[in-house]
Design a protein around this ligand. Sequence first.
Ligand code: THU
Length: 133
Amino acid sequence: MVSDAELFAAAEAIRQKAYAPYSKFQVGVALLADDGRVYSGCNVENAAYPIGNCAEASAIAAMIAGGAKRIKRVYVTGPGTLPVTPCGGCRQRLREFADLDVTVISHGVEGAPLTQTLGQLLPHSFGPEYLGN
Ligand code: THU
């Protein structure tokens, strides 16, 4: 059993590695996957701003490369006091691999964590089942 404290620690560990020279906003994500393992990722920015990767995308890539299939819990960490919630695009990225009742914890590490479900973050969403998957 992986605790939220362990997910927080994994997100914070990888957040230190974030490449965010433009925004200076370093984000870490830890995903608990269906294989019982924790996969993590950080944001990777680019001088061509729009092609930077969010931490969620990096963590999902690590999970898929690691052989896991589904996301069971999500922990996002970033700077400041406001909960660092996944951006709209990343909510959709998570939707591809997580059920709507999966918990997403958003944490600006100087403040309190916010616990929501993916369904709360992305209501009435479009997903793989619309395409028969
Ligand atoms: N960012 C993430 O990586 N994930 C989030 O949940 C919110 C925003 C990144 C994108 C960009 O590198 C920086 O934070 C500022 O938007």
